[in-house]
Design a protein around this ligand. Structure first.
Ligand code: 9WN
Length: 420
């Protein structure tokens, strides 16, 4: 641990603090994001545990009447973010986007509860009720029946926006007649590190479809012009469900209804995760529900099986073989996409760069399952990236160059909470 990096991380969390919620970074993302906010709370524990709880409570308070906790909350001065509330038009009291993001919240709450439990049991009760409703929402609005795994209806839901795995699904989205628009992300980051114009046209077309269908989430789950089954979403929901079950057992051991609901979620998601196994590439991969076939490529999400709490003998060893093949190709693990694949791009967002939030989850999962050396490789590489390039949004896995936004909240949080 280097004292100045510790101090830098604390300073970043303070700079991106807006009182009761955090920004991922100033300029590029002037809004509260769902999974960024959950990770931010882990970092705020190092400054002020009360502030950490405020962060997650503010996030959970944005829950829609149908149970969804949205991907973006537009609070404060959010004018610099595109697309803003006038494009989403979700009609919520606090303006939000109309989709969700990876459900890491229950896992974060469990960790907060372990180290700094809430004094107020009514507040904890309210939090658990919201978490059960959100998880149930995923099962109703996003579980794909053939696989029992979780689908996304917009690449932004996955949190891994421009993955090559979404390309075939995105190609099916017929670009609508959109009014002219100005992207604000390119005011801050070089275009070569961001999604393309054509991808943005499709992102906005999918939003238009949701808007035209009044954001009726069960309809969107079945008919959105973009649908893909995502190992990332499935693994995060499965892990969060296990953590939620533990929280319920601790705080509400008599709440049979909630306990059995969450137990059922775990059982079906466990089957869902296993159904994503793809023999062609020896990994858990995306599945295309329209074409009814797996996508044959390995991404960082493939390695979330241990984090999701699934160990399948035989498959695990093959998956570790893939991990080792990739580790021999890059200097810094874990690239978001397979470096041997023709679509790999070391600098373009989720098509190659390393992201600390994914490293954190893969690394923790590996450590829990006795994959000590591989876990340490990920942790040490995550530290080396920050030592070399500081707290960027993502990093080139070959050169270690920092990319995207700088002074990034979740990179600082993950550093304090896991890397250092
Ligand atoms: C769109 C905030 C978010 C992250 C996502 C990341 C990126 C948004 C954007 O930034 O996505 O959701 O505008 O590019 O892909 O994971 O939550 O940090």
């Amino acid at each position: 641990m280097t004292h100045s990096l510790y101090q830098d991380a604390i300073d970043i969390l303070k700079t991106n603090d807006r009182g009761t919620y955090s920004l991922p970074t100033q300029g590029l993302y002037p809004v509260q994001f769902n999974w960024d906010s959950a990770f931010a709370a882990l970092g705020y524990r190092f400054i002020n545990p009360v502030r950490a709880w405020q962060e997650v409570q503010q996030l959970a308070s944005s829950q829609w009447p149908d149970g969804m906790i949205p991907h973006i909350m537009f609070r404060g001065h959010h004018d610099g973010y595109f697309p803003g509330p006038s494009i989403w038009k979700t009609g919520q009291f606090t303006p939000t986007s109309g989709i969700t993001q990876p459900p890491v919240l229950a896992s974060v709450i469990r960790r907060l509860d372990d180290t700094h439990p809430l004094d107020d049991s009514i507040e904890m009760h309210d939090m658990l009720r919201r978490l059960v409703r959100w998880h149930e929402w995923f099962i109703v609005a996003r579980q794909e029946p053939q696989t029992e795994a979780i689908a996304i209806i917009h690449p932004w839901e996955s949190g891994r926006d421009n993955m090559s795995d979404w390309d075939s699904g995105m190609a099916r989205v017929e670009i609508a007649d959109l009014p002219p628009y100005t992207r604000r992300d390119l005011d801050h980051v070089d275009a070569s590190q961001r999604p393309t114009k054509e991808q943005y046209d499709r992102y906005l077309t999918i939003i238009k479809y949701g808007r035209d269908h009044q954001w009726r989430q069960d309809h969107l789950g079945q008919h959105s012009p973009f649908r893909m089954v995502d190992p990332g979403m499935t693994a995060f929901l499965l892990r969060s469900s296990r953590d939620l079950l533990a929280l319920l057992q601790k705080h509400q051991p008599d709440n049979q209804a909630a306990l059995s609901t969450v137990q059922q979620h775990i059982e079906s998601l466990d089957r869902g995760w296993k159904n994503l196994w793809n023999d062609k590439v020896n990994a858990y991969t995306c599945y295309d529900p329209v074409e009814q076939k797996h996508i044959n490529s390995v991404s960082s999400a493939s390695f979330l099986s241990c984090f999701a709490g699934v160990y399948e003998e035989g498959r695990h060893e093959k998956l570790m073989g893939e991990f080792d093949r990739i580790s021999n190709k890059v200097k810094f693990m874990v690239p978001s996409f397979d470096p041997d694949h023709a679509d790999f791009d070391a600098k373009r967002y989720w098509r190659g760069p390393v992201w600390h939030v994914i490293n954190d989850s893969i690394g923790r999962g590996f450590a829990e399952h006795g994959e000590t050396e591989r876990a340490e490789r990920i942790r040490a590489d995550s530290e080396a990236l920050i030592t070399q390039s500081k707290f960027f949004e993502y990093f080139d896995p070959i050169t270690g160059e920092g990319l995207g936004g700088k002074d990034f909240t979740w990179t600082a949080s993950v550093y304090l909470d896991w890397v250092m």
